[in-house]
Design a protein around this ligand. Structure first.
Ligand SMILES: *Cc1c(COP(=O)(O)O)cnc(C)c1O
Length: 337
């Protein structure tokens, strides 16, 4: 049995999800005529209490569309230095939006209103104009850490006071919400745009959604078209999203419980010096006296897959296709290392 903990994107649709996809009513979504895409967009917008939503092929696309909406040439985005939008989107802030980026430090991948306030560029001929702040929740490189509403509210107030837009890369926002119990509508109220992924822990094969005002989402549809993301009978994919929202959100708690146990198992190993606090489904272990490649090689010999996450870091992600039996088996195998 291979235990694959590289990512929660590895999940495959369940029988129920496949059934929902096969039987979905469809149409041409570029004409706005796919009933299932329209239903998904409406459902998810209602869930977060936001005006409108647009379905896209990937979270990179939803984030990049949001950045395009909230910047112009020669403006600047503020985000944490470990943000997905900066590290893992192919330099899209630059190539898609011709914008600059200011990278902040922060504990477990999170930034504060005070830090942001000190990083807003002055109105000066030398500096790119700051127009956008982007947060990530959960924070992938922060070990799946969670922002609370109390941490976000002062950031929102600052942005409103300074006339900045606030975007949330909520690829794993559902993980954060099931863990914190905070209300989706309270989250929706804090941001100009939110991007959520359906293809991570929720188990869909493809799909992300960008949420925002009616006016912003109207513009987003045009940007999506220019990025090549206008899809035709996308209802087959949207049906998976609707199914996931109905049946696979609460289940994320199981992934979190397994991740906590997995973290404890790793901490028992002599070569693991630290495990970042496990808040959701991501476990990041710091190694001592062994390089990630060597440690991961040993794991691979035992059919355990993980990813390198820094010079001394290895990441494990729990997901829908990783169950209690595999967790127990993981424990048995790592004890033999
Ligand atoms: C996965 C992910 C995305 C989007 O990735 P895609 O593979 O393009 O869907 C965005 N932000 C974070 C934090 C992610 O983990």
């Amino acid at each position: 049995m291979i235990i694959d903990l590289r990512s929660d994107t590895l999940t495959k649709p369940t029988a129920g999800m496949r059934e929902a996809m096969f039987s979905a009513p469809i149409g041409d979504d570029v004409f706005g005529e796919d009933p299932t895409v329209n239903a998904l967009e409406e459902k998810i917008a209602n869930f977060f209490g936001m005006e409108a939503a647009v379905f896209c092929p990937s979270g990179t696309m939803t984030n990049q569309i949001a950045i395009r909406l909230h910047t112009r040439i020669q403006t600047e985005v503020i985000c944490h230095k470990y943000s997905h939008i900066y590290l893992y989107e192919g330099g899209g802030i630059m190539s898609n939006s011709l914008a600059s980026v200011k990278l902040l430090d922060g504990n477990l991948g999170k930034i504060t209103a005070a830090q942001i306030s000190a990083s807003i560029n002055p109105d000066d001929v030398h500096a790119p104009e700051t127009t956008l702040v982007s947060l990530e929740n959960t924070m992938n490189k922060g070990g799946g850490s969670i922002y609370t509403l109390d941490e976000v509210r002062p950031i929102r107030e600052l942005c409103q006071e300074k006339g900045l837009k606030l975007h949330l890369d909520g690829a794993r926002l559902f993980n954060a919400l099931v863990e914190s119990g905070e209300s989706p509508a309270d989250w929706g109220a804090q941001f100009d745009t939110i991007s959520v992924c359906l293809s991570k822990g929720l188990g869909c094969p493809i799909g992300s959604v960008l949420l925002g005002t009616k006016a912003d989402i109207k513009r987003a549809r045009k940007v999506r078209k220019s990025f090549g993301g206008g899809m035709r009978q996308a209802g087959f994919l949207a049906a998976a999203g609707i199914y996931a929202l109905d049946y696979q959100v609460d289940r994320l708690k199981e992934d979190h419980a397994r991740a906590r146990k997995l973290g404890e198992m790793l901490l028992e190993l002599s070569v693991v010096s630290e495990v970042l606090p496990v808040a959701t489904n991501i476990v990041i272990a710091r190694l001592d006296g062994v390089f990630p490649e060597e440690f991961m090689g040993k794991l691979a010999q035992k059919d355990i897959k993980s990813v390198k996450f820094g010079p001394d870091l290895v990441r494990f992600v729990t997901h829908h296709d990783f169950d209690d039996d595999q967790l127990e088996e993981f424990g048995a195998r790592v004890r033999e290392l």
